[in-house]
Design a protein around this ligand. Structure first.
Ligand SMILES: [Zn+2]
Length: 148
């Protein structure tokens, strides 16, 4: 779960708390663990370290140059991709398909976004490359029989 104003903490190397929606407690214990270790851990790591995109690091100093919706889509696409990879490794299989649909939605949003600055264009280029790599990796694992 993202925090309002959390971008001001991005990349400060501080521990970041993990928050979950009340509905998370309706999941099975295995699914809940998968959400924490896959999705929420990715958010906590990104907030602590900043978002490393090859030669670009999105952090508290520069994330204001990126549109709010782009920033949210970047965070969520990375978290959902990591959650899916955890699912394919064996836990939380019941949430696989809905999570894949959500990931595809965020990737589509990132592909359609018109950058508002040269910096955002650079970030989107890196994110799109990363998203395409992750998505192809996920599809490769599915084709290899690691899921469903
Ligand atoms: Zn999230």
């Amino acid at each position: 779960m993202l925090i309002e104003g959390g971008h001001q903490l991005l990349g400060l190397k501080r521990r970041h708390p993990i928050f979950v929606m009340p509905s998370a407690f309706e999941l099975s214990e295995e699914e809940f663990r998968c959400v924490l270790k896959g999705h929420e851990y990715t958010h906590a790591r990104d907030y602590s370290d900043g978002i490393s995109l090859g030669d670009v690091v999105l952090n508290h100093e520069n994330c204001g140059l990126v549109q709010t919706d782009t920033f949210k889509a970047i965070l969520e696409s990375r978290a959902y991709a990591n959650a899916i990879l955890m699912t394919l490794r064996g836990s939380g299989r019941d949430t696989f398909l809905p999570t894949l649909v959500i990931l595809a939605t965020y990737i589509t949003l990132l592909m359609k976004t018109n950058p508002c600055s040269d910096f955002e264009k650079l970030v989107l280029d890196r994110v799109r490359h990363e998203a395409e790599r992750d998505f192809n990796h996920i599809i490769g694992l599915i084709e290899g029989g690691y899921c469903c």
